[in-house]
Design a protein around this ligand. Structure first.
Ligand code: AHG
Ligand code: MN
Ligand code: MN
Length: 297
């Protein structure tokens, strides 16, 4: 079944349906950039990170499509210093976008993706208010995984015509023993070290590619957990709450998993600024409960 028909069958809100379809339709243009826009751009983003040409290309494609559609009132992206307000939008939605996640892997042809969070209004609200979230993964296949609150998590694959058809509906995260630990071991904080050592003693296998979206996608399918923790020198961690943590947290939570900053559910955190960073633990409920209990003790 095609994505649009599936959304209708599920009784998805018409505005949300249009929005999810809009993102699906930009995948072809973003993918074309892997051939034509490889390499670094000469600019840095607000985090001081060198932008890749495709970071900027994907950002431009998505912002232009959203502005033209007037489907959202607020657009926040990892590549823009300020939240964009769309005047005359048809509804009050706010959107967060990591246009290209894992962009250091573009030049080595590993899987990267686009991550989107959808809010009923402004985006500086806790993730538990989100209407839904989605990500597009550009791997050997291009897939789109989405959730809207309470409707499950569903995965689609892009065909040669650029349309997405259903691959798997009602995804749930299984029990599994993969772990994807970011940061350097020498910088681990004591509670984190204890957590990682416990997973290792239980036989968890290492999987960490440098692309958060691809690593979490693997965990969603095979079980286990991903973390980019707080560490010595970066007590707020590396990943961004709005662009990475909450949207992927929303997907994994709707699939029966959990997401935490080590202390509380990440979806309960109210952002102070669009650029907030956060420690992140995401994956199976068992693993997320374990880190929270180790950190508390
Ligand atoms: P982005 O490409 O959007 O800047 O995000 C990169 C992130 C994330 O995808 C990944 O998990 C992490 O950075 C990898 O960081 P390290 O290179 O420090 O391992
Ligand atoms: Mn990212
Ligand atoms: Mn990015």
């Amino acid at each position: 079944m095609e994505l649009e028909d599936f959304l209708k069958t599920k009784g998805t809100d018409e505005n949300l349906t249009q929005l999810i379809m809009l993102f699906s339709k930009q995948a072809t243009a973003i993918k074309a950039g892997f051939l034509s826009a490889r390499g670094a751009a000469d600019t840095k983003n607000v985090y001081g990170e060198t932008q890749m040409a495709l970071d900027k290309r994907a950002d431009e494609i998505l912002i232009a499509a959203l502005k033209e559609s007037k489907l959202v009132s607020w657009i926040a992206t990892e590549e823009q210093p300020d939240i964009i307000e769309v005047k005359g939008a048809v509804n009050p939605f706010g959107i967060t976008i990591d246009p290209l996640d894992g962009s250091s892997l573009i030049d080595v042809n590993l899987a990267v993706g686009t991550i989107v969070g959808i809010y009923p209004g402004h985006v500086l609200e806790p993730g538990n208010t989100m209407l839904g979230a989605l990500y597009i993964l550009y791997g050997p296949l291009t897939t789109l995984t989405y959730t809207t609150t309470g409707s499950g998590v569903h995965e689609f694959v892009m065909g040669e015509d650029g349309n997405f058809t259903l691959m798997q509906e009602n995804l749930t995260i299984p029990e599994g023993k993969l772990y994807a630990p970011g940061a350097l071991r020498k910088d681990y904080l004591p509670y984190h070290k204890k957590f990682i050592e416990q997973l290792e003693s239980e036989g968890y296998k290492l999987r960490f590619s440098g692309s958060f979206v691809a690593d979490v996608h693997q965990i969603l399918h095979k079980g286990g957990m991903f973390t980019y923790p707080a560490f010595v020198g970066k007590e707020n961690g590396k990943l961004r709450l709005l662009f990475e943590g909450t949207p992927m947290g929303k997907v994994v939570t709707e699939a029966g998993g959990a997401v935490s900053n080590g202390t509380i559910n990440l979806l309960d955190v109210k952002p102070a600024a669009v650029s907030d960073r956060t420690p992140i633990y995401i994956g199976g409920r068992k693993e997320i409960a374990l880190i929270e209990s180790i950190k508390r003790s």
